[in-house]
Design a protein around this ligand. Structure first.
Ligand code: UGA
Length: 433
């Protein structure tokens, strides 16, 4: 199949590379010429395990190329994916201006008699597909096209395996003609396909992310009860997770969820439900619990350290989760800024996220260093804010030797409490005795 993807961000670039990997011809389009130049020069703008290899391989085989021209993409493909950002607005609702603009741009280059399937892959509110259809039709009366919703469920840090082996593929359309082409695209992937109408497909994405966030807030609320009662949240999570109806995934208590998806999507789903006149108040509680998790953690730090001002604190982790350099809406970043606003002297380290944190000046009052051990030099406390494997495998003896006082606040329950205490650390984590 000949495919174009408009928007070469996380979803667009990884999807494009994976479509090429299974044998399709893919044109990735982006209006950021700098990004296109970079990609054409073989440089990948994001860190995502395995992505560079498949991009390089498929560019070399001629199945993947990059352009800044939407016309080039639309002319040379049967199926046009939209994968542009849908950022939040101050009131939580979604800014759909990028989607609207792309719809108009597609309309302006669609040629009469050349049928195209326009597929929305960006996370959008229910009924966006209807708007995209109306917009294309308004700007091009002759166009022969169908609009499909095909939400993406990849996780950052494991985007390539998630895309190559998805749990499910959701295709929302009422058109048999569009569906036949979508099946051709996804035939090489070994995954169940769920066919729905456009509105249901759009809703599935927001409902899935909200449910996952709900699961995290649920276990985080349980972690507070564990702390108050002396129970162990890991054991509780294992006990509930062994029930197949519940499952153990996404029951890791910690500092709460962050990243560019969950906080934005939960706020969007609340705004959508409000707009539809059926307020989803449960999700407001999910948000409240998420924020409370960081507050409780800070309170624990204050209780132990008494005064945070002038305390030398090391923070491991800046990215919103391990195996990514993405620092957008990272809880680690918020925590670092909480600490520096209380005048603690913070030195932080992240295996991949440091560069972007510096580029966007996200932790302006903290020092970013080049290694985990450098960060703990002379520190009066160590905070683990992101659960990178590197931190789990570190030699705790060496960490203790470098610290001024051996105190750990593990915000991701990464270390074994017994092992840390055996090394002589005073060790605090989330919901564990
Ligand atoms: C999430 C979804 O998992 C994907 O399915 C979806 O496609 C994506 O959003 C999106 O909408 O684009 P992602 O944001 O990459 O993916 O990361 P997750 O692995 O879901 O983690 C999100 C946050 O939840 C992280 O801050 C993580 O630390 C936190 N988390 C996750 C927990 O606190 N506990 C858990 O048990 C799991």
């Amino acid at each position: 199949m000949d495919i174009s993807i408009i928007g070469s961000g996380y979803v667009g670039l990884v999807s494009g590379a994976c479509f090429a990997e299974v044998g399709h011809n893919v044109i990735c389009v982006d209006n950021d010429q700098r990004k296109i130049d970079m990609l054409q020069a073989g440089k990948i703008p994001i860190y995502e395990p395995g992505l560079e290899e498949i991009v390089t391989r498929n560019v070399a085989s001629g199945r993947l190329r990059f352009t800044s021209s939407i016309e080039d993409g639309v002319d040379n493909s049967q199926v046009v994916f939209i994968a542009v950002p849908t950022p939040p607005q101050p009131d939580g609702s979604v800014d759909l201006s990028f989607i609207e603009r792309v719809a108009r741009e597609i309309a302006s280059v669609l040629k009469p008699g050349a049928y195209r399937v326009v597929v929305d892959k960006s996370t959008v509110p229910v009924k966006t597909g209807e708007k995209v259809t109306e917009t294309i039709r308004r700007y091009n009366k002759e166009a022969d096209f169908d609009v499909v919703s095909n939400p993406e469920f990849l996780r950052e840090g494991c985007a390539v395996p998630d895309l190559m082996n998805p749990d499910r593929i959701v295709i929302g359309t009422n058109s048999d003609r569009a569906m036949a082409l979508m099946h051709k695209i996804y035939d090489p992937f070994n995954a169940p396909v769920l066919v729905t109408d456009v509105n249901s497909a759009e809703l599935i994405k927001h409902a899935a992310n909200s449910f996952l966030a709900l699961k995290i807030s649920y276990i985080n609320a349980v972690s507070a009860i564990c702390e108050a009662s002396g129970a162990d949240v890991e054991k509780v999570a294992s006990g509930i997770g062994m029930d197949k109806r519940i499952g153990r995934n996404f029951l890791n208590a910690g500092l709460g969820y962050g990243g560019s998806c969950f906080p934005k999507d939960i706020a969007a789903f609340i705004a959508i439900s409000d707009e539809l006149g059926v307020p989803f108040t449960l999700l407001k509680e999910v948000q409240r619990i998420n924020a409370a998790q960081r507050d409780r953690f800070l309170k624990k730090m204050r209780e132990t350290l008494w005064v945070l001002r002038d305390k030398k604190i090391a923070v491991w982790g800046i990215s919103f989760k391990p195996d990514t350099d993405d620092v957008r809406s990272s809880v680690a970043v918020d925590l670092i800024n909480d600490l520096t606003s209380e005048k603690a002297v913070v030195t932080c380290y992240d295996p991949k996220g440091a560069e972007k944190a510096k580029e966007f000046n996200l932790v302006p009052n903290a020092k970013i260093v080049d290694s985990a051990l450098e960060a703990v030099e002379g520190a009066e406390a160590l905070v683990i804010a992101t659960e990178w494997k590197e931190f789990a495998n570190i030699d705790l003896k060496e960490v203790k030797a470098r610290m001024h006082t051996p105190l750990i606040f593990d915000g991701r329950n990464l270390l074994d409490p017994d092992a840390a205490r055996k090394q002589g650390f005073v060790y605090h984590s989330v919901g564990r005795p």
